[in-house]
Write a protein of this length. Structure first.
Length: 340
């Protein structure tokens, strides 16, 4: 079965074609970083308009790269939430209209389910059940994943997500947009020991997170000092290390609690090289295997949506719809129903 995947939840337009027999056939992505950089963050109206401009050409390119005609598709999967309402509506409207015209199913996919299942696209695939650390700009959650649509929330951030804290801290340090990658790049030049930041909730005994106080601690230090470039690098390195320490402690605790030996890391922050290196080393010392998606599949992309759609289609099938649809800007992952 061939599934076209469409991702338009925020500021990236992603399209891909996934074949259940041959794997990922194509993926194309347009990032809106340059569009939003002048504003220091995503402007929802501009994001929606850019998705409208980009989507049709990207779909044609993805089909061409896959050597697939539109009439050969078995279904179209699209991100239905969570995300920016206007951006979601662009992808949903396109997908539902094309599916109705071709008389094939349109599959509304949860954005976070796409991230959770993305490591299954690669060659180093985890086996169900596994624990997943979902760490992105908008979400930091620990999930036990027992199958497609079978997710148990173990813990989550009570305020800022890790990626959000990265972005806000980068802004405090005067770095550009997107802030997370800029802060990680600056941290490479940082020297340990100059600053000491808290590790929020690292010893709380539960699996929840809190990163708002960490960001506030950076603000206090930044306001109280005249930071030169080296000081900014030192502070960026300490912030990154504090975040990584908390993520590692909680992720390994969750894996131990569930009695597992597999830990999946997904979401944009999962591309952070320091996190990958330190988590893999810490997990290996406990006999835990850590599986990551390829870095290009950590951020938002159409491949994860196409794969999640194919997984749901294979599990339970789906009938062509009548063209009616809705999107869910707020959509708890645990509200998803299991695949049949």
């Amino acid at each position: 079965m061939k599934v076209l995947g469409i991702e338009t939840s925020c500021d990236e337009t992603g399209v891909a074609v996934y074949d259940t027999e041959r794997g990922l056939l194509s993926e194309v992505l347009h990032s809106q970083v340059e569009l939003h950089a002048r504003y220091g963050g995503v402007v929802p109206e501009l994001a929606s308009r850019d998705h409208i401009r980009r989507l049709s050409p990207l779909v044609r390119q993805a089909l061409r790269d896959a050597g697939t005609r539109c009439g050969e598709l078995d279904a179209i999967a699209y991100t239905a939430g969570p995300g920016l309402a206007g951006a979601l509506l662009v992808g949903a409207g396109f997908a539902e209209s094309l599916a109705l015209a071709r008389n094939i199913p349109a599959l509304p996919i949860h954005h976070l389910e796409g991230h959770l299942l993305s490591p299954l696209i690669g060659l180093d695939r985890p086996q169900f059940p596994f624990v997943a650390l979902l760490v992105s700009g908008g979400h930091t959650q620990l999930m036990q994943v027992c199958g497609v649509g079978r997710y148990e929330l173990l813990g989550e951030s009570l305020d800022d997500a890790a990626g959000e804290a990265f972005d806000k801290t980068a802004k405090l340090l005067g770095l550009g947009y997107p802030g997370g990658p800029a802060l990680a790049a600056l941290a490479v030049a940082g020297r340990p020991g100059r600053f000491r930041l808290p590790r929020p909730m690292i010893a709380s005994g539960d699996l929840d997170f809190s990163f708002s106080g960490l960001k506030t601690a950076v603000l206090t230090l930044a306001r109280g000092s005249d930071l030169d470039q080296q000081a900014k690098a030192d502070l960026a390195a300490e912030f990154q290390q504090a975040t990584i320490d908390v993520l590692i402690a909680k992720a390994l605790a969750a894996t131990r609690r569930c009695g597992g030996r597999q830990l999946v890391v997904a979401g944009g922050v999962g591309a952070n090289l320091a996190l990958r290196a330190q988590l893999s080393a810490a997990a290996a010392s406990e006999g835990i295997r850590v599986i990551y998606p390829p870095p290009r599949l950590c951020t938002d992309n159409g491949a994860m949506i196409a794969f999640a759609g194919a997984a749901r289609l294979a599990a339970g099938g789906a009938a062509p719809g009548g063209g009616a649809f809705s999107v869910r800007p707020r959509w708890p992952l645990q509200d998803l129903s299991p695949a049949s």
